[in-house]
Write a protein that binds this ligand. Structure first.
Ligand code: HEM
Length: 321
């Protein structure tokens, strides 16, 4: 092909590329050489399939343990997608349509997790589960840092506090103080001894500083704050509230209840309770009606807040088993 045969479109593309590389003091010609020698991209390299499929490493030879590992990993990937949406919200403060779009994306991810939780509830043999879980002590999904990050980026720390401290501790206090009163900190107490669980101590050692810093960063820019400052007074408010009510329900009622259902299925043996891997009094810790975590309290009526999580547990879970 001689010079005169280069199509106009290609010429324009080369010109733009030349300008792009020139701006960075780079030589386009060397990069074009590189392109000449580089391999075509494959699906398996792009997705890192071999790495992905090498990450399910059970501690026992019970086949169902792989289901348990893979489903936790799937959940963490959805948590990652949820956090990606949350991180973009503070940069789009004036745009209510985008705000609603992001909340709806988050809702869709949570909905997938709620709908697929049956994989945990019905998808493993109880006998296998009760054995392989013993080799996982003292680790627990309780130690999912992304779950805590979603909570912290969604609302003020005051709404994540243990109910019994909400009146006693100044909810406007510093993150360093409030952190110790979060619902899951006081929930992680060993049934037998009343001491903080090893599961919690391990987690705090690794993540407490990171989470306190995250809370400081999101003090003014968590979803609830952004809504109140920028989106609570325009034409799309009703729609925004609808999406936020859905988020509160799916994150603080439906996911926790689906999750609780799996604990009931594997750890509840009338009249005895099998202890959890993380050592909590899970029957008092997991149901939303006890923790009353509500990300956006003011969009609910007092009655709705008081009845948070009631009814469903009795009807769907305990009567069923
Ligand atoms: C058979 C399946 C499951 C059972 C029986 C189960 C059981 C439990 C129990 C008993 C707790 C209380 C803490 C403890 O003492 O360990 C807990 C907490 C937790 N688990 Fe699971 N779990 C299951 C699956 C999952 C999955 C798939 C995830 C996804 C990441 C997960 C994430 C969590 C989280 C985030 C907490 C803390 C909840 C909170 O603080 O409100 N769990 N789980």
């Amino acid at each position: 092909m001689d010079k005169t045969e280069i199509k106009e479109e290609l010429y324009q593309q080369l010109k733009k590329l030349d300008e792009k590389y020139d701006a960075m003091g780079q030589d386009l010609s060397s990069y074009l050489d590189g392109l000449l020698y580089s391999d075509y991209l494959t699906y398996w390299d792009y997705i890192h399939l071999d790495t992905l499929l090498s990450l399910q490493n059970p501690r026992t030879s019970f086949p169902d343990e792989k289901i348990f590992i893979a489903y936790h990993q799937i959940t963490e990937l959805f948590f990652k997608l949820i956090l990606m949406e949350i991180e973009q919200i503070p940069g789009e403060e004036g745009n209510t349509e985008k705000f609603i779009m992001r909340i709806d994306r988050i809702n869709r991810y949570f909905q997938q997790l709620v709908n697929s939780f049956e994989i945990m509830i019905d998808g493993m043999e109880k006998e296998q589960f009760l054995k392989f879980r013993m080799s996982l002590l003292p680790s627990s999904g309780f130690q999912s840092v992304q779950y805590r990050m979603i909570e912290i980026c969604s609302t003020d720390l005051r709404n994540l506090m243990n109910v019994s401290y909400r009146e006693k501790i100044d909810p406007d206090g510093s993150e360093d103080v409030l952190y110790d009163y979060l619902y899951w900190k006081s929930g992680a107490t060993e049934l037998a001894t009343g001491k903080k669980t090893l599961t919690l101590n391990q987690f705090d050692e690794k993540y407490s500083e990171q989470l306190k810093n995250l809370a400081k960063k999101y003090r003014e820019t968590n979803i609830w704050q952004v809504y109140q400052k920028y989106h609570s007074s325009n034409d799309l408010t009703d729609q925004a509230i609808k999406s936020m009510r859905e988020l509160d329900s799916v994150a603080n009622l439906f996911w926790p209840l689906a999750h609780f259902k799996s604990a009931v299925r594997y750890l509840h043996r009338d009249p005895n309770v099998i202890s959890a891997t993380g050592g909590t009094n899970w029957q008092k810790f997991l149901p939303p009606k006890f923790q009353k975590v509500i990300f956006f309290p003011d969009i609910w009526t007092e009655e709705e807040r008081n009845d948070w999580g009631k009814g469903w547990v009795m009807k769907e879970i305990l009567n069923e088993k």
